[in-house]
Design a protein around this ligand. Structure first.
Ligand SMILES: NC(=O)c1ccc[n+]([C@@H]2O[C@H](COP(=O)([O-])OP(=O)(O)OC[C@H]3O[C@@H](n4cnc5c(N)ncnc54)[C@H](OP(=O)(O)O)[C@@H]3O)[C@@H](O)[C@H]2O)c1
Length: 333
């Protein structure tokens, strides 16, 4: 099958369009014919070698963390899916490879695609949707009447998280540039901070939750907007000891991650707020819940662009500019 292959880790290196064997379908797997694949900054970070210690993929391998497509056949233990079902997924780590014609996805990671979305829109959802769910619902326990700051509201995670937080009944503040103020307002943001004109930490206070996806400077400043007992959840680092344990990392790596997050954990503690790093994980059950929200019209995908499969490298380079609005997706069929 055709695939975009990573031959060796290299910063900004191009993936090679070549032939790879069709994936092996194990007893718990579903073979999916890929119609569209979503792009995420995680793909570029893995290609650049930034995740080598935590996710030790051995080249050559196929990148890509978001798929939508049609079921071709299922393994002997699979009960919930059958050939021709239209599905979508963020396949688990170790089983990625969305930039290809086919992928074998563990049944537990898969969900039926929202019926009101096309394949390209569906492929834009899983990784960012699950990230928003796991941050706001699972980790933060965000409730009606609470206040949440979602950084980078116009990005892949931000566009989804704003809509989910509104659905949960929270008051939502977000940061964005002038060009995207109208977009984030249309998604339901109550308070919009144009970072070209204002400093969010001077405007906002008394927040229950901050979802950070930006740099260390933003992370530090975010402490100031939280009330005592508030939660600072970062998806862009630094990783903390809880993450090291969840990933089953060795003792040395655990100590390194402890040190990397020592400063922010200490400052958070001094202010009486909690700091944690979140690394999202595959979850077909949660994805099914997102399917319901999308079919009910509560959350809609925000698409920056759809590009042909052959332009995967160019699409990654575009995403890496950090200026995309919503999601970038590649179309295979
Ligand atoms: N840990 C996890 O499980 C996890 C999961 C998902 C994502 N992530 C990480 O989270 C980060 C965001 O991911 P994403 O998919 O949302 O990225 P993305 O779609 O590439 O984000 C692009 C958006 O970021 C906005 N942005 C850039 N700088 C900004 C700033 N200083 N203030 C406010 N907005 C700014 C841009 O808007 P403007 O043009 O208006 O600036 C643009 O719309 C990445 O680092 C990604 O790796 C982690």
């Amino acid at each position: 099958m055709k695939a975009f292959i990573l031959d060796r880790y290299k910063k900004n290196g191009a993936l090679r369009l070549g032939e790879m064997p069709e994936p092996t379908v194990r007893d718990d797997d579903v073979l999916v014919e890929i119609h569209a694949a979503g792009l995420n900054p995680l793909d570029s970070k893995i290609r650049d070698g930034e995740f080598k210690l935590i996710l030790p993929y051995r080249p050559p391998f196929i990148l890509g963390h978001d798929v939508a497509g049609r079921v071709v056949r299922v393994g002997s233990n699979v009960r919930r899916f059958k050939p021709d079902d239209e599905v979508y997924a963020r396949p688990r780590d170790g089983q990625i490879g969305a930039f290809a014609e086919f992928i074998a996805v563990n049944e537990a990671d898969l969900a039926l695609k929202p019926q009101n979305l096309g394949m390209e829109e569906a492929a834009s959802i899983p990784l960012v949707g699950l990230t928003a769910w796991q941050a706001l619902v699972e980790r933060a326990g965000l409730r009606k009447g609470q206040k949440v700051l979602i950084h980078a509201g116009s990005g892949g995670v931000g566009t989804f998280a704003i809509q989910l937080a509104k659905h949960l009944g929270a008051t939502v503040a977000t940061t964005t540039s002038t060009a995207n103020v109208d977009l984030v307002r249309s998604l339901g943001a109550d308070v919009v901070i144009d970072y070209k004109k204002e400093d969010f930490e001077k405007v906002l206070s008394g927040y229950d939750v901050v979802l950070n996806s930006l740099d260390g400077d933003t992370l530090q400043k975010s402490l100031k907007v939280l009330k005592p007992g508030g939660k600072l959840i970062s998806i862009s680092g630094p990783p903390d000891p809880g993450f090291a344990r969840e990933q089953g990392l060795n003792w040395l790596l655990q100590q390194i991650l402890r040190l990397l997050s020592f400063g922010i954990r200490r400052k958070a503690k001094a202010r009486g707020v909690g700091y944690s790093f979140l690394y999202m994980r595959a979850n077909g059950g949660q994805l099914s819940q997102l399917t319901s929200l999308i079919e009910a019209g509560i959350i809609r995908p925000v698409m920056d662009r759809v590009v042909p499969f052959e332009a995967t490298n160019e699409a990654m380079a575009y995403l890496e500019t950090g200026r995309s609005k919503g999601k970038v997706v590649i179309k295979l069929r």
